[in-house]
Design a protein around this ligand. Sequence first.
Ligand code: ZN
Length: 148
Amino acid sequence: MNMDLRELYQEIIIDHNKNPRNHRPMEDAAAFAHGFNPLCGDKLTVYLKLDKDSIAEASFVGCGCAISQASASLMTEALKGKTIAAADTLFENFHTMLTAEDSAVSMPEKLAVLAGVKAYPARVKCATLAWHTLHAALHKDRNTVSTE
Ligand code: ZN
């Protein structure tokens, strides 16, 4: 494994892949959506419990590469207690961080570890899958979203 890849799989990513947080189905979810990244084979279902316009709880189940699972785990942690508007902003900033030329967006430190994925364009969709799935769940588009 070269230096860059070692950076990519930083400790936080390895930890979240091995011990994913909020990794469970939610029977009484107020919203959920399925996501699929055919390029890599990553699959996720994101569940949300809402309290008025805030996210009371977020969980996910899925399988796939370390990046996709760690990203979903980090996302569910970051979402707890956020308003839907704040979650939408976070989704946009996360997407910008990984796709835009100038990616100087403010990002919680833990989510910022995934910025390393930007150097590997094929893996960007692994990292953003959870967020696209979240977006679908929040905005009632319950069809399966695909990164392709
Ligand atoms: Zn993947």
